[in-house]
Ligand binder design. Structure first.
Ligand SMILES: [Zn+2]
Length: 390
């Protein structure tokens, strides 16, 4: 399976300046190449090379590899544009948007991602540094950092090109890794149902509960501080607020990695699959008071779901997504479904059979059963083909 790992570069100011100049030069060259391609109607690498290669090398100071990449990038952009035009993304032929998209050359942002192949970029995993080509010569010993788990994957399974990107003033390398995966367990003996929520981040049908209390409190504190800093409006306050936000995102990601790891390991150990709710449902069905609403929308549910999906795929554990409708109102014993079964946020009490349980546990049993039903009815394991996990 393909996996995308993102590592952060920690360049010295001098190195950062070289990276910036390089990114600008590469994108400047690609924009110019795209213009040549447009004017001369040479939108394939072989044809465009004849017109653009020598000048790109000279005028933009790009090495042989980088010049090739600039040409390829321009050509790829036209291929994408063509596909989009054909696919109707710019409306029908003859409309204003369609005509406009056709009538001018492609332009690249100065800081658009730049692909690096193994000749332009080499990784030294032991020292956590890269050696990277720039227009100012090759930079050696540029330090990178990332989560331990991701770095291990990177060291073992990286393949092909990586992209240099700048996001929010920071430098990253995005590398593609090709991971081996276990063969899918085609005969699961059951499904672990996972209920995702706010008060409890994840509750499984095995009774395992990952509480969100500590995190939610921390998040509230962070949000209060952030909005205070933003109100202040000074540059340093904004910077601090930003730092705070990325720290919060990092911590959440960490938690999601841990929860997903446990859930998948347990399913694998017991020969079961995993049933999750379709994630769109979580936001739509929730009727909440305002402070809770912000908690819900900023909580990376999608991330936890996708972490579970990719770890499951790697382990060969089947994953099914079930319809989330009424999982919280349905009795997991007699299946009587009514809003009145749920006297409070935390409690489930069936009006018909009298079954009483913690509400999230009851939901997770419903999800587990729906997963099993879907599987028996021919559902396939659903895990995305390409995941960004870092
Ligand atoms: Zn009941």
């Amino acid at each position: 399976m393909k996996l995308v790992v993102r590592v952060k570069l920690l360049p010295t100011p001098l190195q950062a300046a070289a990276l910036e100049a390089t990114l600008h030069a590469c994108n400047g060259a690609a924009t110019w190449a795209a213009q040549v391609a447009f004017e001369r109607d040479a939108r394939r690498p072989l044809g465009l090379r004849k017109h653009a290669y020598a000048e790109i090398r000279e005028r933009w100071g790009l090495g042989a590899q980088a010049a090739q990449h600039a040409i390829k990038k321009a050509c790829d952009a036209y291929t994408t544009l063509k596909a989009n035009l054909r696919g109707g993304r710019y409306g029908r032929p003859g409309t204003k948007r369609h005509t406009r998209a056709l009538s001018k050359p492609v332009v690249f942002r100065p800081e658009a991602a730049q692909p690096y192949d193994d000749r332009m970029l080499s990784w030294q995993h032991q020292t956590r540094t890269v050696s990277i080509w720039t227009t100012a010569g090759r930079l050696k010993g540029v330090v990178f950092t990332g989560q331990a788990e991701q770095l291990a994957v990177l060291a073992e399974y990286r393949q092909g090109e990586s992209d240099l990107v700048r996001q929010g003033g920071e430098w990253f390398l995005i590398a593609t890794c090709e991971l081996p995966e276990n063969t899918l367990n085609a005969h699961p003996v059951g499904f672990v149902g996972v209920d995702l929520g706010i008060v409890n981040i994840a509750v499984t049908s095995d009774g395992e509960c990952h509480s969100g209390r500590r995190i939610n409190r921390q998040r509230e504190n962070d949000r209060a501080l952030r909005s205070k800093l933003q109100k202040k409006g000074t540059k340093s306050a904004k910077r601090r607020a930003k730092k705070r936000a990325s720290k919060e995102a990092r911590r959440n990601k960490d938690i999601n990695h841990k929860i997903s790891k446990r859930i998948v390991a347990e399913a694998e150990r017991t020969g079961r699959g995993i049933a999750l709710e379709e994630l769109t449902g979580i936001r739509e069905r929730a009727r909440l008071s305002k402070p809770q609403r912000t908690t819900l929308h900023s909580w990376p549910f999608a991330q936890l779901g996708s972490f579970i999906a990719y770890k499951a795929k790697k382990a060969g554990v089947p994953v099914v997504h079930v319809n989330p409708a009424y999982t919280s109102q349905e009795c997991s014993q007699c299946h009587h479904t009514a809003r009145s079964n749920r006297p409070s946020q935390a409690r489930f009490a069936c009006k018909v059979c009298g079954f009483v349980e913690h509400a999230d546990h009851n939901s997770s049993h419903n999800i587990s059963r729906r997963g099993w039903m879907a599987w028996v009815c021919g559902a396939r394991s659903t895990a995305p083909a390409l995941m960004l996990v870092a």
